[in-house]
Design a protein around this ligand. Structure first.
Ligand code: PLP
Length: 394
């Protein structure tokens, strides 16, 4: 175990832990005691791997992007998480957690969702496993993310509006936690990123670590070396980045680049660049960096991409930032948008606007021609078509 792995009591450096109300303690404790032995068991691994292959469509390709490489004068590979079933990396985690829920004997699934991506991934798995599914979503988000709301309903899930506060993700999370407190014995709460109380951040990172496991194997086959010079991923809560970095945390010569959403600019008050403007505090049951006022009220984030529109980051990332192991950048809405158009034109791949933030960071890196870079393309851009259209200019 290196200093970048989680400790026995659930910390990365000074970040992490499980700050939960007493009434949630039994649920979280049950998970904490059982998660490693269940998810590392041969029968779990076999079922998880088989569905990752046959249902999700893994392994996803590691694609040498020649024209993008030419543009930045380095060797650039894209890890194609956009080719997963449901169009993003989130399914790796929801599949893992629903298999865990079944083994814990749970018969009802709940989740929170912001833009609806995690809600759709969860509803998909509940359909596959024939489990009832309730997804909490802020009323504001329901109004602006209609297609995902309809997808969840089509898949058989119930979408319950969160009517408090700003009626966005944090309010949906509060509702999901309230539900879990009221249904402690039969219900499993699927969290969508490397956030929440211990053991969620570590559990989600393990499920997403399939990304870096495959990168190692694919890069070795392709280049004769397992290690790239740079790994680049966008960070909302941080799950696709955690999966991308996981098997490289100890390889100090591999530079880990995390890209947050700068929004309109990090000092405009309309941003989601947590490491730039955030301070330590507690959000969703863990100690981490978050955007908050002096008296601890959460500041509403802003990003062009719904998936990065989160006021905190997972505790692993807070620690990678503080320890210097990770290099954190932010890309503005406009930089991400332009990077999305650029990839469409150069490679014929329309990326999710979240992933476009990772691509935008290529312009900030001090690349030299001998560098090998792997950028994780966390999702595809179909869901963002309306945003591309509204912004125009391509
Ligand atoms: C949700 C989402 C993200 C952000 O979530 P992480 O947990 O930070 O990975 C990034 N890209 C896409 C396509 C998403 O749907």
């Amino acid at each position: 175990m290196s200093k970048y792995n989680i400790t026995e009591d659930g910390y990365y450096g000074r970040y992490g832990g499980a700050y939960v109300p007493e009434m949630l303690y039994p649920n979280v404790e049950e998970l904490r005691q059982q998660y490693v032995s269940i998810i590392e068991s041969p029968s779990f691994r076999a079922e998880f791997e088989k569905l990752l292959t046959d249902y999700v469509g893994r392994p996803t390709p590691l694609y040498l992007a020649s024209r993008l490489s030419e543009k930045y004068n380095a060797t650039i590979y894209l890890k194609r998480e956009d080719l997963n079933h449901t169009g993003a990396h989130k399914v790796n985690n929801t599949l893992g957690q629903i298999l865990l829920a079944k083994r814990l004997g749970k018969t009802r699934i709940i989740a929170e969702t912001g833009a609806g991506q995690h809600g759709v991934a969860t509803a998909t798995m509940c359909a596959l496993m024939n489990l009832p599914c309730v997804v909490y979503m802020g009323e504001t988000d329901i109004a602006r993310q209609r297609p995902n709301v309809e997808r969840m309903k089509l898949l058989g899930a119930e979408v319950r509006p969160a009517l408090s506060g700003s009626r966005t993700l944090k309010d949906a999370t509060n509702e999901a936690i309230r539900d879990w407190i009221n249904h402690p014995s039969d219900t499993y709460y699927i969290i969508g990123s490397v956030v929440g109380p211990h053991p969620y951040p570590d559990m989600v990172a393990r499920f997403q670590s399939v990304i870096s496991r495959e990168i190692r194997q694919q890069l070795l086959k392709e280049t004769g070396h397992e290690n790239p010079d740079y790994l680049v991923a966008c960070v909302g809560g941080g799950s696709n980045a955690a999966g991308t970095f996981y098997h490289y945390l100890q390889e100090e010569q591999v530079k880990l680049v995390a890209v947050e959403a700068g929004g309109l600019g990090v000092h405009t008050g309309k941003t989601a660049a947590t490491t730039t403007v955030g301070t330590p505090g507690i959000i969703h049951g863990s100690k981490t960096l978050l955007m908050q006022t002096r008296d601890g009220q959460i500041i509403e984030p802003h990003s062009i991409s719904a998936g990065l529109d989160y006021p905190g980051i997972g505790p692993l990332h807070a620690w990678l930032f503080e320890s210097g192991r990770g290099k954190f950048y932010s890309a503005t809405d406009e930089e991400a948008y332009q990077a999305g158009i650029q990839l469409s034109r150069l490679e014929g791949i329309i990326p999710a606007l979240e992933s476009a933030h990772a691509l935008a960071a290529l312009a900030f890196l001090p690349l030299i021609p001998s560098d090998t870079v792997v950028v994780t393309l966390s999702g595809r851009g179909d869901k963002d078509l309306q945003t591309y259209i509204d912004r125009g200019g391509y």
